[in-house]
Structures are given as C-alpha cells and as structure tokens.
Design a protein around this ligand. Structure first.
Ligand code: ASP
Length: 407
C-alpha cells in the first residue's frame, strides 16, 4: 500500500479531531477527551519541551559557526546578515502590530484553562529585569529550568569562543556540527508524530473550549496571514523596487514557483533547488545566490518570526495576560533569535515558539491550543521565508554588481 504523505495525514487528523471534538462537546463528553485523548497530546508537548533546549543550543552555535565561513565571503556575508536581521525585526514588528490590533478589537479570547496552563504573574518581568536575568550564573541551571534567554546567551558565548579558538577548538566545532545534525533528525522524528498530536489536541481543545474556539483559531490564522501578506508587499516589493529597480509584479512572478513549492512542502530546505532556479530567473548572481539561499534557508525566517509574534500575543490573551511595551521588545528580540534558530523543515517554527513562550512566562503547554492548526500557519510562513531569501539574493546581487563573483 502506498504510504500516505505527512501533510495528508495531518489534514486527515485535523478534520477527524474537529469532528470528534464537536461530537464530544455536544454530547457532554469533554472529560473523556481530557482523560483519554489529551494525555497523548501531553506526551507530544513533553517531547517538544524535551527537544527545545538542545535544538536552541546547537542550532545557535552552529549558526554562529557558519558565520565564520561568511568571513570568507566578505562584504556579501555581512550585507546578507544585515539584510536578514533587519527584515526579520520588521517582520516581528508587523506581526506584533497586527496581533495587537486583533487583540485590541477583542478578537482574541481569554480561555478558562486547566491546571498547568495558567499564567504565573510572578514569572513575567519587564525589559530591564529580563536583561539582567538573561546572563546565567549557572549553566546547568539554565538547561534544567529551560531558561531560553540564558540558553541563547550560552550559545552565543560558546559559538564565539569556538570561533576565536581556531584550530585548537576544531574538535568542539565538529562535535557541535555533528550534534546539530543528530538533533535535527530527532526533531524530524518528533514532527513525524504530528498527526497523533494534531488529532488528540484538536479534539480536546474543541471539546473543552466549545465550538467558538474554531472561530478564534480562524481569526489568529487570518491575523498571521495578513502579517505575511503585508510583509511581502511592503518589505520585499519595496526592496525589489528600491534596491533593484524591479517591479513587484516581476519579482513575485519570478519567485512564484518557489513560493508555491514552499507553501505545499512547508520546508525552506526542501525548496532550495526551486529557489535557486527562481533567483536565476530574476537575474541574481549565481555565486551570490549559491551563498545567500542556503544560509537564508537556515537563518532567515521572516514568516516564522511573524507567526511567533502573533501566536505569542494570542496565547498571552488566552491566559489573560496583557503584554507591556517592555515585554513586546522582549518578544521582538526572542522571536528574531528564535526564527534564526529555526531549522528549515516542516513544523520547526512551532518548536521554537516554545522558546518565546518560556521567555515570556507563558506556559509551553499553551501550544496545545494552536498546535492542531500549525500546518496551516506553516504553509504561509514557509512561503514567506523562501520569498525573503530570494529577495535578499536579488538585492545583494545588485549591490555587489557582480564584483563578488570570484569570491
Ligand atoms: N517550515 C518553516 C521553514 O521551513 C520553518 C517553520 O516551521 O517555521 O521555513
């Protein structure tokens, strides 16, 4: 029998979860879903929590090490990273603006939550407190308590130190690269279990929160897609127009194939060959595209950043928490870093969402609320991620005017 592909399995699980959830809701069987279905969802979330520290640690160090290679490509490397960071930070701001508009209009709900999913006021902090607390006094404690901001700082220090040590740090470097590969495999395995998580969580969320939660999920999806669309039109069309003098129509027509492939595959990494073709079609320098696109598919995730900001505000609203300006700055910083640490594979952005939530003091278990529809978020965010990589390769090619060719 032909194996059913993961996207189809997830879609089936989603529909089945909605049906079972609705039946249990109307039949008054919410307890059944809480007692017998939710535990499987909890196992899934436990796996996410268990993998998030090693993913953040190794993918960040690995990302820093790849910047070492960037030194070899000189100006192209730095311009690329600056472009990536600026566009991702803008993406976060767009995501937060839309999420706050929706929240301000009362479109995001506050839910009645069960134990373990409530928000502990004491864990929320303002920006200065967060700044002080991100420097760990004990490395193991940071891992033990999944303190994500501290884990990032540890990764930045170690990555920088490995780079500075040079030849003598080679063993450490190889270990990190190898660990990163292993962890990515493990993450893919966990993601392959998604259909079970999607079905059980969808059924439980609907059975306990009522059919109205479907409307809320549709709204948060709409909010993210508005953010994706505005970012594409504003940032990519404008950069194509301003830096390259290319009409937005021409840009999007050239990038269309990769956008569609990304939308259906939900993997920037898998879309790479198509992205390369599109960049060529848009007259990007081949050498520059060969450098920018693979790097972009690992560290440049504007769609993921928008999703993480929107999801954070939505889930904060669900637990009854109002984010202050200081906390929003923290969201921008952590979501930018989280998107850099997100691997270019299906569902990875949701795992890194756990990092943003932890940094904000929102219980990671809240992911269960939106987990069922993550694939729908992922389609749009991957599409945007890939478009951003292509836009960057086109802009940098223009800036460099072909002079980096031989590098
Ligand atoms: N699927 C996305 C990508 O490959 C990553 C994510 O899950 O946000 O770009």
């Amino acid at each position: 029998m032909k194996k059913i592909s993961l996207p189809v399995q997830i879609l089936g699980a989603l529909i089945l979860g909605v049906i079972v959830g609705l039946v249990c809701y109307f039949a008054g069987l919410a307890d059944f879903t809480a007692n017998y279905l939710k535990p499987f969802g909890t196992i899934f979330v436990n796996l996410l929590k268990f993998i998030v520290v090693p993913v953040v640690l190794f993918s960040m160090i690995d990302g820093i090490l790849s910047m070492d290679d960037m030194k070899k490509v000189g100006a192209v490397g730095w311009k690329t990273v600056v472009y990536f960071l600026c566009t991702t930070a803008i993406a976060c701001v767009i995501g937060l603006v839309f999420a706050n508009i929706f929240d301000g209009m009362g479109l995001f709900p506050t839910l009645t939550l069960q134990e373990g999913m409530t928000w502990d006021k004491a864990t929320s902090a303002n920006f200065m407190d967060t700044l002080v607390s991100i420097f760990p006094s004990n490395m193991w404690e940071a891992f033990h308590t999944s303190n994500m901001l501290q884990v990032i700082v540890i990764a930045l220090f170690f990555g920088g130190a490995i780079m500075a040590t040079g030849e003598k740090g080679k063993i450490c470097r190889d270990i990190v690269i190898s660990f990163n590969e292993v962890i990515n495999h493990l993450m893919e395995f966990i993601i392959s279990l998604s259909p079970i998580g999607v079905f059980t969580m969808m059924a439980w969320v609907i059975a306990t929160q009522g059919a109205e939660i479907l409307g809320s999920l549709a709204l948060v999806l709409l909010c993210a897609y508005l953010g994706y669309a505005v970012h594409a039109v504003l940032v990519y069309s404008l950069s194509a127009r301003i830096f390259v003098g290319m009409s937005p129509m021409r840009f999007f027509r050239g990038a269309f194939a990769a956008m569609m492939f990304a939308f259906t595959s939900t993997s920037s990494a898998a879309t790479l060959p198509v992205s390369k073709e599109c960049a060529k079609e848009l007259d990007a320098d081949e050498d520059i595209a060969a450098f920018v696109l693979p790097l972009g598919s690992t560290i440049n995730m504007d769609g993921t950043a928008i999703y993480q900001c929107v999801a954070t505000v939505f889930l904060a609203s669900c637990v009854g928490m109002n984010l202050t300006i200081g906390q929003m700055v923290t969201v921008v910083v952590t979501a930018t870093l989280a998107s850099i640490g997100t691997a270019g594979v299906s569902g990875a952005g949701m795992i890194m969402l756990a990092m943003v939530l932890t940094a904000m003091g929102i219980p990671v278990d809240m992911i269960m609320i939106i987990y069922g529809v993550d694939r729908l978020f992922d389609m749009g965010r991957t599409c945007l991620n890939v478009t951003g990589d292509i836009a960057c390769s086109v802009c940098i090619s223009k800036w460099e005017g072909g002079k980096a060719k031989k590098k």
